[in-house]
Write a protein that binds this ligand. Structure first.
Ligand code: GLU
Length: 469
């Protein structure tokens, strides 16, 4: 049997990391088994669902590379189908019309609460003749009254719920609209879903859904309820803990590879391996190895992974994602060196793409002020002679490459009988504007000859002006 999994978000906000992890596990399970992954938009709550949210969820999935084979299906476009199944259940006597008024139900609830009983529908209309469709009514599912629902959750193990805990679920409201637990079952049935992988906030719905499947003459799919994600304080992960939206991580400078790798490990492990390429995840992922216990989100580990991928992914791939950040930072790479060697030069010192974009700025944009602390320390009158000398020596170079440049700076220091730092540091501040940069030879090579010389001149003027006080 072909594996078919689905991700079924309610479009009431952005794609958050919890939803993304559920989507990832569903996607991985399908890919691991050569199955199909379906996207279904559960938009029946018309007040809270928005088109912008559908877009945000799809943007998040695209950015993470979670491609789907079928869909997106929208529940609001399937009302005819839900109506058809409601009628089928009514015709077969598996559902019934309930005419109980709000007042009656409220009274019943109060009475049950007063008696310290669990509030539940008492089956008042269960045995009525089904006749009158013209009076206002809801439709209720005739839940079995005896026995129990038992299933083996692929993550949580055996779960058993007695039927006398479950009352007769409303499947269609007075206005005819179908309810959540019902639409999910009809969809999972029609779409041939074989494994329902979802957050464990839905585990209480599952016994009701299983009863519905059976009433419809279908074997229910397998279920895998994924434990929730906690913040560092042990409480359910929320905005209080920092970014929870997938696209916020993109904005903050994370690579999709890093977030995916982080999310797959959050609640799943394969020995003590931490780094997984996309192909490895697909090959090794196994629902049975997903933790039963909730996992805590650890931003430091995500940052570590991000840095790992910045350093190890092909620079062209990093460049693809960096482009967005460069544009946002107002940096036009047409005005300077190729971005790929700049990435290679900066990767060691930048943990996010945002830092990388900022770090790349001086390769593309001239500046007219220096980092204050660095200038105060390095661009002093004593630096004028070494800077002037190194400018003269660099100006003579035809072959503008890192090793030659490096050798020339060293030779200048020797010529002046100074330590390398006495030449190199002022030079670094002159050409980058700050006290930190990658290897000086590489930095000079990438900045280019004309620009480097012009920036040394600028630093010399600065020193002169400073001396003149
Ligand atoms: N639409 C539900 C949610 O966003 C998911 C339902 C399901 O996966 O069965 O929480």
């Amino acid at each position: 049997m072909t594996v078919r999994t689905r991700f079924a978000p309610s479009p009431t906000g952005y794609l958050h990391v919890g939803g993304a992890r559920t989507a990832l596990y569903s996607w991985l399970h399908a890919r691991n088994r050569g199955g199909k992954f379906i996207l279904r938009i559960e938009d029946t709550d018309r007040e809270r669902s928005t088109e912008a949210s559908v877009q945000a969820i799809m943007d998040g999935m695209r950015w993470l590379g979670l491609d789907y084979d079928e869909g997106p299906f929208y529940q609001t476009r399937r009302f005819d189908r839900y109506g058809e199944v409601v009628r089928q259940l009514l015709d077969e006597g598996k559902a019934y019309r309930c005419y109980c008024t709000r007042e009656r139900l409220d009274g019943l609830r109060e009475q049950q609460m007063a008696n310290k009983q669990k509030p539940r529908y008492d089956g008042h209309c269960r045995e009525l003749e089904n006749g009158d469709a013209s009076r206002p009514h809801v439709v209720r599912f005739r839940n079995p009254t005896s026995g129990a629902v038992e299933f083996r959750d692929l993550i949580k193990g055996s779960i058993r719920v007695s039927n006398d805990e479950l009352d007769d679920l409303i499947i269609a409201r007075t206005d005819g609209t179908p309810t959540y637990n019902f639409t999910v079952v009809v969809d999972d049935m029609d779409m041939g879903v074989t494994q329902v992988i979802r957050g464990d906030d839905h585990v209480n719905n599952t016994p009701r859904q299983i009863n519905l499947f059976r009433a419809l003459g279908k074997e229910p799919p397998h279920f895998a309820h994924v434990p929730m994600i906690l913040g560092d304080d042990g409480k359910r992960l929320s905005k209080r803990h920092g970014a929870v939206s997938v696209m916020q991580y993109r904005d903050d400078g994370y690579l999709p590879e890093a977030l995916l790798n982080y999310l797959v490990r959050l609640g799943w492990s394969h020995g003590d391996q931490e780094v997984f390429s996309r192909d490895e995840m697909i090959e090794l992922f196994d629902l049975q190895q997903v933790n039963r216990a909730p996992s805590a989100f650890n931003t430091d580990k995500l940052l570590w992974l991000n840095h790992h991928y910045i350093k190890t992914l092909p620079a062209a791939k990093v460049a693809h994602h960096l482009q967005w950040h460069l544009e946002k930072a107002g940096i036009d790479t047409a005005t300077g060196p190729d971005i790929e060697p700049v990435i290679s030069a900066l990767a060691e010192r930048c943990k996010t793409l945002r830092e990388l974009a900022e770090g790349a700025r001086y390769f593309y944009q001239d500046f007219d002020s220096f980092d204050e602390k660095a200038a105060k320390k390095q661009l002093r009158p004593v630096a004028a002679e070494p800077l002037a000398k190194v400018r003269e020596n660099l100006a003579a170079i035809e072959d503008w490459h890192a090793e030659t440049l490096h050798a020339k700076v060293a030779a200048t220091a020797e010529q002046l009988e100074l330590g390398m730092g006495k030449v190199g540091m002022p030079l670094r501040v002159a050409v980058t504007g700050s006290g930190q940069s990658p290897d000086l030879g590489i930095t000079l090579e990438l900045i280019g000859k004309a620009r480097s010389l012009q920036r040394i001149d600028q630093a010399l003027s600065y020193i002169e002006a400073r001396a003149a006080g």
